[in-house]
Design a protein around this ligand. Sequence first.
Ligand SMILES: [Zn+2]
Ligand SMILES: [Zn+2]
Length: 79
Amino acid sequence: MLDKDDLRRIHEEREVHEKWWKISRHVVADLLEACSVCGTVREREHLTRCPWCEDVYLCPKGCAHTHNSQLHPRASFWA
Ligand SMILES: [Zn+2]
Ligand SMILES: [Zn+2]
């Protein structure tokens, strides 16, 4: 039989757990981005950000080139 203290402790532990779960989910969402060309989800640090488009992330090699040749054919940034 659980007494009041046990119930309170269980309740507090669950609140802490839920808080952490929300925080970690937020952090993960914050670190991941999808390539705008192929849709692959990667860690943001492994993607190249298009300097001309806002919030466009690209795989550093193939997709950055594809995006550039389609949307910014005159730019020489990637050369
Ligand atoms: Zn890609
Ligand atoms: Zn762009």
